[in-house]
Write a protein that binds this ligand. Sequence first.
Ligand code: NAP
Length: 304
Amino acid sequence: MRSVAIIGSGPAGWTAAIYAARASLNPILFEGSEPGGQLMTTTEVENFPGFIHGIQGPELMQVLREQAKRFGTEIVSAMVESLKQVEGGFELVSNGQTYRAQTVILSTGATAKRLGLESEKRLYGRGVSACATCDGFFFKGKNVIVVGGGDSAMEESSFLTRFAEKVYLVHRRDSFRASKIMQDRVKANPKIEIIWNSEVTDILGEEKVTAAVLKNIVTGETREMPIDGVFAAIGHAPNISLVQGLVDLDEKGYVVTLPGSTRTNVPGLFACGDVQDAKYRQAITAAGTGCMAALDAERFLSGH
Ligand code: NAP
């Protein structure tokens, strides 16, 4: 029976590992099928404190991994296939092998929903993004499309006007689901033009995005629009398949943690990072809650 098993290898998971390892808890961390998480698809990260000239997303993840390893974290480069509560802790199965741990730190993250286009995959990181906070800076003086009609789309559109010359907000219906105050802000912004009842059906470009194909879903008309960037802001989905039925989830499917802590309703199970955060979703906030989870696990273990 180990003390701490950490599931997920984004900033939350690695930070939890660094803290748990330094507390001599000998953590084991399961990296999952997409080691490093969402930052692996980001280019320059300029808002993670400590890197004066920024750092590439994959490099940041590599540095965090090395730091966790340096203090003795055992790393398993595989998915956890199942997780269940057993006497005195939890049982995890990964790659056909069974592991037992007194506490589990869940840091499986969230996945930005994508439009589902082949061209979106091909041009991801080359004009296509799902994170204005991460990539907006690269669109200074450019024209961009934001897709979506929720609060995220409003927020991302408004944020992007700091850099972009023009933001086209493309929504598939004729009304937004976003809160009124955020809609009003968007509608009052002269740099944002709303394109209603429309979908992006293709993104064009070889090395980088040069145009998007828009389809008006009322008239059926399609047109090609020259553009430098396409931001999908159509929501995130927390990666909760391992804990469905085990732990309390909120109405959006995120793991519920006790306010001000990373404790879930299951004793010994802690959640950190984007799997329990629908609001901030930043690398640094994920790292912060990863630290909290390790401290919470340590306290739990010393009380048992
Ligand atoms: P959301 O509320 O689920 O909105 C997603 C939007 O994307 C909807 O307008 C939806 O269209 C559209 N959409 C979904 N799939 C699409 C697709 N395949 N193609 C085109 N459009 C698609 O997600 P969210 O905006 O990320 O917000 C998530 C939660 O976080 C919300 O509760 C929100 O209030 C909260 N949030 C709050 C803030 C804030 O308060 N500062 C900021 C961001 C998010 P339909 O409307 O037609 O379904």
